[in-house]
Design a binder for this molecule. Structure first.
Ligand code: BES
Ligand code: MN
Ligand code: ZN
Length: 498
């Protein structure tokens, strides 16, 4: 994709397509007003006739507007003026991008970036535009036979800016967004691939392939024998019922000299049947998305490596399948984790924490500056927060705030959740140091407390992404979240943001 910024007036811009906005109650956006003037009232006339309502996300495609050089003008509704924030900006941009996509245009220029959006800078307006368009243009048709829909015809995205001096910030925003789209698209692909293709070995191959393409990136994959030597019996207990061998994937990106790395740990359960504590049948196919934590940290690595960010970033992925089988773990089994702590497995479906705890212990060797694990960990999290925000748990107030702020800036939001001894006590076991479940009540919190038993002395956060990693229903598919949030976090730490 090619990007450029333009200061030309909308009417004078030659292009396949322009995007301009109109608010409700007939208030025209900056560029719509200019086009209206140039065309002696064509926009106003359409507002009057009711063809343009200004309703958020509504679109009208105009052709051959008088005295306008561009072939098409997409007029998109911006909703109530005075209520045009980042979410509305992205919604309007997405609607316009979908209209442009079906118009067969090869380029388009968004003039929505001339609007006032809360106190959002030019850099972020450019970023939100390019990220939103990238999200709209994503297709996953690798597994379809016959003629594929394939990618869109759009090759160039133009961003209107108020003055020349904004050019560099807009272009930096577009470049960063392009990198984030690369990472998020990879995360979506890995999530969407079927579980008979995307198994632990496939994730490992993907990580190794990335290391071949990026000089500063190395990937190491540990096999089950190596994990056994390290004492990762908790992780290995999860894979016992599976035929596909588990992998521990370790990616190290060195762009930041001698700094301590940020470590991202992603749950990589490539299919979660529940094991002997078997899940019910309905929607079980969606448990192919149980590796979306892994997909998002690998995706973030793709973003950071593609953008050549001056930072040290390490990604650790415990990858396994949770299957029933003659040798599968049983409820009641007790295993010793790499940390030395013993765990009573009371439910084999609480497997995410069992693989993550050993990956967290292993990660200590990198002396992380901060460590964040990302996991589709609990159904309880979906009940608590729904599908809009992921849950943010942490033992470090400052780290938690940093992550929440990153989510807000990146429009990939989280929400803070509590932890504490009173919740951790729910994990009591009569026979081992603790159990792997703490009952239904506060299920997302007790899961976090379980992980907290392995992160003493670390600056650690846990993101439960069970509600945000994929969509169900007619639009079933990976969302690529929280790649934007994590990328923002790392870019900020690297001092790469304006
Ligand atoms: N991968 C699931 C969590 C999940 C379920 C995410 C549905 C998204 C949608 C996880 O491994 C799991 O099964 N968790 C159990 C934990 C319980 C047994 C304590 C759950 O949430 O039911
Ligand atoms: Mn499970
Ligand atoms: Zn799971």
């Amino acid at each position: 994709m090619e990007y450029l910024a333009t200061t030309s007036a909308a009417s004078g811009r030659s292009a396949d397509c322009l995007v301009v906005g109109v608010y409700e109650r007939g208030k025209t956006g900056t560029a719509a007003a200019e086009i209206d003037k140039a065309s002696s009232g064509q926009i106003r006339a359409l507002i009057k006739s009711g063809d343009i309502t200004g309703e958020l996300g509504s679109c009208l495609v105009l052709r051959d507007v008088k005295n306008v050089k561009a072939q098409r003008v997409v007029v998109v509704g911006l909703g109530k003026s005075g209520n045009f924030g980042v979410d509305q900006f992205r919604q309007a941009t997405a609607a316009a991008a979908n209209a442009v996509k079906s118009s067969k245009s090869k380029d388009f220029y968004s003039y929505l970036t001339l609007e006032d959006v809360d106190d959002v800078s030019v850099y972020y307006l450019a970023r939100h535009t390019v990220e939103t368009v990238g999200d709209c243009l994503y297709v996953f048709d690798e597994m379809k036979s016959g003629k594929r829909k394939g990618s869109s015809s759009i090759r160039k995205i133009g961003l209107a800016i108020k003055k020349r001096g904004h050019n560099d910030k807009a272009m930096l925003g577009a470049r960063h967004a392009d990198g984030i789209v690369t990472g998020a698209s990879l995360a979506k692909d890995l999530g969407n691939l079927p579980p008979n293709v995307c198994n632990p070995a496939y994730l490992a191959k993907t990580a190794q392939g990335m290391a071949r393409r990026h000089k500063k990136l190395t990937t190491r994959v540990l096999n089950e024998a190596e994990m056994k030597k390290l004492g990762m019996h908790s992780l290995l207990s999860v894979t016992r019922g599976a035929t596909a061998p588990a992998k521990l994937i370790v990616m190290q990106y060195r762009g930041g000299g001698k700094q301590k790395p940020v470590v991202l740990v992603g749950k990589g359960i490539t299919f979660d049947t529940g094991g002997i504590s078997l899940k019910p049948g309905p929607a079980m196919d969606e448990m192919k998305y149980d590796m979306c934590g892994a997909a998002s940290v690998i995706g973030t690595m793709a973003t950071i490596a593609t953008l050549d960010v001056p930072v040290n970033l390490t990604v650790v992925v415990p990858a396994a399948e949770n299957m029933p089988g003659g040798d599968a773990s049983r409820p009641g089994d007790i295993v010793k984790s790499m940390s030395g702590q013993t765990i009573e497995i009371l439910n084999t479906d609480a497997e995410g924490r069992l693989v993550l705890c050993d990956a967290l212990t292993y990660s200590r060797k990198f002396k992380p500056d901060a460590i964040i694990d990302v996991a589709t960990l609990t159904g309880a999290c979906v009940i608590a927060l729904g599908h809009h925000r992921c849950a943010v748990f942490s033992n470090d107030e400052a780290l938690s705030q940093e992550i929440l702020d990153a989510g807000k800036s990146a429009a990939d939001k989280g929400w803070p959740m509590p932890m504490g001894e009173e919740y951790a006590l729910q994990l009591r076991s009569n026979f081992a140091d603790f159990a792997n479940i703490g009952g239904r009540d506060g299920g997302a919190i007790t899961a976090a407390c379980f992980l907290g038993k392995f992160t003493d002395g670390l600056s650690w956060a846990h993101l439960d992404i069970a509600g945000v990693a994929w969509r169900t229903g007619a639009k079933k598919g990976g969302t690529g979240r929280p790649v934007p949030m994590l990328s923002e976090f790392v870019l900020k730490r690297a001092g790469a943001l304006p």
